[in-house]
Design a protein around this ligand. Sequence first.
Ligand code: PEP
Ligand code: MN
Length: 338
Amino acid sequence: MILTLKTGVSKKDADKIIAKIKDLGFQPSISKGAERIVIGVIGEKAIVHKQTFEVMDGVEVVTPISKPYKLVSREFKKESTVVNVGKNVKVGGKQVIIVAGPCSVDTWDNLLLNAREMKKAGAHMLRGGAFKPRSSPYAFQGLGEKALEMLAEARKITGLPVVSEVMDVRQVEIMCKYVDVLQIGARNAQNFDLLKEVGLAKKPVVLKRGMANTIEEWLMCAEYILAKGNPDVILCERGIRTFETATRNTLDISAVPVIKHFTHLPIFVDPSHGVGVREYIPPMARAAVAAGADGVMLETHPKPAEALSDGHQALLPTHFSHLIKEVKLIAGAVGRHL
Ligand code: PEP
Ligand code: MN
């Protein structure tokens, strides 16, 4: 539930309210607006104590949060969250953010060429897998720390902030040394221990939607991260499993307006994994921006035949720069810019 405090509430009354929340075994989540202080009372069955707070000095109104997720809900925070990435990138504002790069980092030359081409075409962030979640244990598993070093070097040269997937709680520390954003992949979306660990990290997190997760389940995953104190979560729709086999997954574009309705967190769309077929990716990237996505994540490669994973769905620099020009027009049509 949410406690909206009276305008001009005294520090003494506010402190008493916070102490009461803690005494009852709940966690206070305090946001100080221009006019009012709003405190979320986080914990199971907090609502049982509604009356206790209603009669306390300084409390204006007590509002229950109807959803099982609390901190991520629009009921809790009306203004959209803007996540700062690196020095200059803001996710969730007017600008539509383009993330591009290889599925997995392979050679330095390919990575640098990729990053340079994508930056020239208009990308704002560089992606690249170092630890790869592969369906087969015999498939390429990623270059690990060597890939992270290359990503950090590519950032130094191009200025593009870097996002890469963390697969395990034991990798969080080392990832934080190199990357600007931690990515939780679809296969780990409900790895609750990993979610708690990145919740303690001081880095923004891109949280992919689990392959078979409902939007509510996905938002509960985000709640894990916020509940541990990390408010900087960017959701990423990447397709869900359905009966359809013509595409790798079924990209749920409708998730974009639904997410915008239920949460204040920003949302990316990843059409590369969403459809998994090179020629279907540009139309879905355009659709994502038209639907109101805050960014698009695309797999790109200058030499897809040399890619060590997902080469078949990588966009070439020429496809990419053409797509960015289209996306720019669409962003303008929906009150955004690139
Ligand atoms: C990726 O982005 O590299 C990836 C593996 O995506 P997903 O977790 O969505 O399958
Ligand atoms: Mn991939």
